[in-house]
Design a protein around this ligand. Structure first.
Ligand code: NA7
Length: 586
């Protein structure tokens, strides 16, 4: 579980459609119903009074980073707010994903919250790419520091969220049947929170131990020591897991359907002196993130691959390869993400690296992706992944050629072979982005179901709202930036905070996106994605999960344009007094 990045959005204008901050949101004519432009009702009493019949002013679903920051901000508006969380503790992604090797692959000090100076002053990172236990400690430190836990309710899985037209409110029901009402609903459920097992017959037949990486047993009695382990999947999670357990298992068999590109992370420790230097540079770090295309500290190369001679190009790529983090993914020429010929050159450079690192040429060839170019899927970073395949006790099985037929009592059966295992690890990914929403029965105005609204493709306004789902805001919903996620969360939560403050001051109790707004925004999101090679490839980022019905085809799940442009469009809506929305006074 590393940090995500939007493939193909390295900040370099390559094909004339970076859609930079040109501002205007056209098309949504807005029915402001006499709200916009009214003088603020600054004490906000009317707002509180109108919510008195409800359990809460605001309910937040999820206690990950989105939920934590949302709660903190809502408290600043003195709103009665509660976080409902399925897990037994806070942390979201970093609570659930405890598999060995789980860590950031973005620089720790750029992939965290920036909103509080005291936090920045107090918290020391000990590694450039934080491991999951340290990240979870950071999150627990935040909830303690801001005393957030008293408004968090754990072990509460929300099953339905139904709009109540009579009271302009939301009614949530958890799996025990308990209900919760509120004026505003903030979904903070994460984009990767529904693990998916493979759709292979016999998953329940295996008599040994088996688990999905996102459900790694916390105090696993069964150490991997000496065990025969099989792992299905070779995505970001599998790559981190395989390298982390390399010195533990008795034997490991990796079942690979699609090879993925990956490149060195080059993690290192941070001592006190270096942390002091990093701390001094926080303003610069966050400024760079703010200005960049997908909010990372790495800056893309404005020159084309073809502006360099072969010699210059290779020298440059060697330098990038030697650097830590996403430098070799985001610091490159932008045409690598839009031009197949440019991409082929960079892919060949990385293929050569695999050849150099993997002793058996057949295994090296199998580990080299043939069906997509470098960086066109989410590119994980590794620390010795390829070298694991040089171990005598490791085998790579090509299940594209020899598919798994079934999971058996003893292990895994492919078309030609039967494997026996003590442990099977499913590193088979997630029902990403919309999966979190589909797991809850969302019903809006006139019982409109969210999954129906999105059945022919995701539609949103600003990635934050959906028509027929009034007073509901999505933090890290579809059509938002999946780059540097904490940066996206901070922006989305602040935008919502501003709106609710406005509503409180203006005694607004109802806000809803319009059809025109959704049409315009959805078209804009699709326009931003045109020409990106990443959108021609199946991956969770393009909405594909072959294990999930209805997710066999690509869809536009994320915002592909530049982050500054995204923010400008949202700011413009705010500055126009939310006139693109339907609003009603309380
Ligand atoms: P991913 O990146 O979706 O990877 C899932 C892997 O599991 C991938 O290699 C899949 O192969 C494989 N898979 C899934 N289902 C099957 C079946 N039925 N048979 C064989 N192989 C299968 O998930 P991750 O957890 O690794 O990473 C998710 C994100 O978390 C990551 O991008 C980071 O941002 C953090 P496929 O490629 O579909 O052929």
């Amino acid at each position: 579980m590393g940090s995500s990045h939007t493939n193909g959005t390295n900040g370099v204008k390559t094909n004339g459609h970076t859609n930079s901050a040109n501002g205007h949101v056209n098309g949504a004519n807005g029915h402001s119903n006499g709200v916009n432009g009214h003088a603020p009702d600054t004490d906000g009493k009317a707002f509180s009074a109108s919510n008195e019949s409800l359990d809460y002013d605001v309910l937040i679903v999820g206690a990950g980073l989105s939920g934590i920051f949302s709660l903190h901000r809502m408290r600043q508006l003195s709103l009665r707010t509660r976080v409902l969380e399925a897990g037994s503790g806070e942390g979201g992604t970093w609570f659930w994903n405890r598999y060995p090797g789980a860590r950031f692959d973005s620089e720790s000090y750029s992939y965290i919250f920036s909103f509080d100076q005291e936090v920045l002053d107090e918290w020391d990172w000990t590694e450039h790419f934080s491991p999951q236990p340290e990240t979870l400690r950071y999150i627990q430190y935040l909830t303690a520091k801001f005393d957030l836990k008293k408004d968090m309710q754990f072990n509460t899985r929300i099953r339905s969220a139904h709009w109540q037209s009579a009271t302009d409110s939301w009614l949530l029901t958890d799996e025990s049947g308990k209900t919760y009402s509120c004026r505003y609903l903030l979904t903070a459920m994460g984009i990767l929170n529904q693990p998916t097992l493979p759709n292979i017959p016999g998953v329940n037949d295996f008599k040994g131990e088996a688990w999905h990486t996102a459900r790694w047993p916390e105090n696993s009695a069964s150490s991997l020591k000496g065990k025969r382990v099989g792992i299905i999947g070779t995505g970001a999670t599998a790559i981190q897991t395989v390298q982390a357990i390399a010195d533990q298992f008795g034997s490991l068999t990796v079942f690979q359907r699609t090879a993925n590109w990956t490149a060195p992370l080059r993690n290192s420790k941070i001592d006190k002196e270096e942390m002091a230097e990093i701390r001094k540079s926080y303003p610069d770090i966050f400024r760079r993130c703010k200005e960049s295309y997908s909010c990372f500290i790495h800056v893309g190369d404005p020159k084309s691959v073809f502006d360099y001679t072969e010699e210059e190009r290779l020298k440059l790529w060697e330098e990038l390869y030697a650097k830590p983090g996403f430098a070799k993914v985001l610091g490159i020429s932008g045409d690598i993400y839009t031009d197949k010929a440019a991409n082929a050159l960079y892919s060949a450079f990385h293929a050569e690296k695999i050849k150099q690192r993997v002793k058996d040429p057949k295994v090296a060839d199998l580990l080299t992706p043939k069906d997509h170019g470098f960086g066109t899927r989410r590119t994980p970073l590794e620390s010795g992944y390829y070298e694991v395949f040089n171990q005598d006790n490791v085998r790579l099985v090509n299940i594209r050629e020899d598919p798994i037929e079934r999971i058996t009592e003893k292990g895994i059966k492919t078309g030609t072979e039967e494997f026996e295992f003590d442990i099977i690890i499913y590193a088979t990914g997630f029902d990403a982005v919309t999966g979190s929403f589909n797991a809850v029965d969302f019903k809006g105005v006139n019982d409109t179901q969210l999954r129906d609204v999105w059945s022919q493709g995701i539609r949103t306004f600003l990635g934050l709202t959906v028509k027929d789902f009034p007073n509901m805001f999505m933090i890290m919903g579809p059509h938002q930036m999946f780059g540097n996620i904490p940066r996206s969360i901070e922006y989305a939560v602040d935008w919502v905070w501003h709106y609710i403050k406005y509503a409180k001051e203006n005694n607004v109790r109802y806000i809803e996106a319009t059809e025109e707004g959704m049409d315009m925004w959805t078209e804009h999101v699709h326009e931003c994605g045109k020409g990106l090679l990443a959108n021609e490839v199946d991956s969770w980022m393009t909405g594909v999960n072959k294990n999930v019905a209805g997710k066999q085809k690509r869809s536009m799940t994320r915002y592909n344009g530049p982050a500054p442009g995204y923010r400008k469009r949202c700011e413009d809506v705010k500055e126009r007094g939310y006139s693109e929305f339907v609003m009603r006074r309380g």
